[in-house]
Design a protein around this ligand. Sequence first.
Ligand SMILES: Nc1ncnc2c1ncn2[C@@H]1O[C@H](COP(=O)(O)OP(=O)(O)O)[C@@H](O)[C@H]1O
Ligand SMILES: [Mg+2]
Length: 253
Amino acid sequence: MTILEVSGLSKDFGGVRAVEDLSFGVEAGSIHSIIGPNGAGKTTLFNLVTGLYTPSAGEIRFDGETVTGLKPHELARRGMSRTFQNLQIFFNMTAIENVMVGHHLHLNRDFFAALLRLPAIARGDAACRDLAVELLQLVGLEDYLAAETDSMPYGALKRLEIARALAARPKMLLLDEPAAGLNAVESREIDAVIKKVAETGVTVVLVEHDMKMVMEVSDHILVLDYGRKLAEGSAEEVRQSPDVIAAYLGSPA
Ligand SMILES: Nc1ncnc2c1ncn2[C@@H]1O[C@H](COP(=O)(O)OP(=O)(O)O)[C@@H](O)[C@H]1O
Ligand SMILES: [Mg+2]
């Protein structure tokens, strides 16, 4: 089953066509990576899919319905959740509180309503707390439940963000460079988390520069160049793609 279907998607910024006539599908339950050089349109594509940008042309279907033009909170309600390249952690709260807030932030239409209810949320409804514990275990942070976030290592915070995004119980999780700024050991911890998330049935869409991670975890890879699809397929298919090889040979050494 295809959970995400993008058809003829384009996005113009003035004279720049950041995404051009792009079509692809994401299989439910898979790990689907989007790679390409800087400026290829990866972030723009993420922002289109998650409703931060409105497409100039094209259609996006999610979970069997057309969702083109829906707002981020509407997409969140339908089961889309994401992390951002820059950390979005509440540093005045513990790890578990961050995850519990994620449960409410993503589901609530009104960000400020959720924010004002923080003390009540943090005192907590037991079910929400149980879910948060379960998710912190999933990302390997069971030793950090009550930890103050400002005392946690950066690699742990990146995994905490994934747990918080999962607290909305998404069908599809979009990860924007989850390994950015991490060392090799921390990156391999993220590999393991991504695989575990997919094993729970959540579809993962990954934008990442760490090729080791992409090649290791991806079921399917989409290669973008100048906003267009250059190649797609398995890691091996993408490596052997004549278009990818030509683009590589044509690029400055
Ligand atoms: N908000 C924006 N306004 C104008 N141009 C943008 C904007 N966002 C991206 N672009 C341009 O669109 C192209 C694709 O950018 P981006 O999606 O950030 O690529 P990537 O994430 O693959 O590095 C680039 O040429 C970039 O300068
Ligand atoms: Mg980018």
